[in-house]
Design a protein around this ligand. Structure first.
Ligand SMILES: Cc1cc2nc3c(=O)[nH]c(=O)nc-3n(C[C@H](O)[C@H](O)[C@H](O)COP(=O)(O)O)c2cc1C
Length: 134
């Protein structure tokens, strides 16, 4: 089974989560801005909340690679506790991409909130979640 871990991270929180997931799956975490190589059965898409939504680059990634993605699994962080899962699932399904119902979310540090998150425990939980999706 071919697996990819992709992320969009403005400040490093989502990248940290993605790298923990990638390590657990023995692959390299790549930015959504890096070109796709071939087809992936499962893409772990690490995409956090900015202004209430996923970053446009995440949606562009799904759009540009819709035919080469077997299934998406969403992981996210945010200040409010809201995930990008609902928005991404609706958008990706409109593009014909299957999205798992299960998703991972944890707090992400923002201004004075959630300092240090995702922390080591969050990363370990994300890694265990990802392994369970295969
Ligand atoms: C420009 C910006 C806008 C944000 N907007 C929201 C928001 O609307 N809702 C929310 O819950 N968190 C919001 N956040 C908090 C981020 O989701 C949180 O800090 C996340 O961990 C950022 O991940 P990153 O470090 O990988 O970019 C925002 C953060 C930034 C930098």
């Amino acid at each position: 089974m071919s697996v990819e871990v992709r992320y969009l991270s403005r400040g490093g929180n989502t990248k940290r989560l993605a790298e923990a997931v990638a390590k657990a799956l023995d692959v390299r975490a790549k930015s959504v801005e890096e070109p796709v190589e071939g087809r992936a059965d499962v893409v772990f898409l690490c995409a956090s909340v900015y202004g209430g939504s996923p970053d446009k680059a995440v949606l562009n990634y799904v759009k540009q690679n819709a035919r080469d993605i077997g299934r998406l699994v969403v992981l996210s962080t945010s200040a409010s506790g809201k995930s990008t899962h609902t928005r991404l699932k609706a958008a990706a399904e409109d593009m014909g991409v299957q999205v798992s119902e299960a998703y991972f979310h944890c707090p992400g540090a923002f201004l004075m909130l959630h300092r240090g998150r995702p922390n080591a425990e969050d990363c370990a939980k994300a890694a265990a979640f990802a392994r369970a999706q295969l």
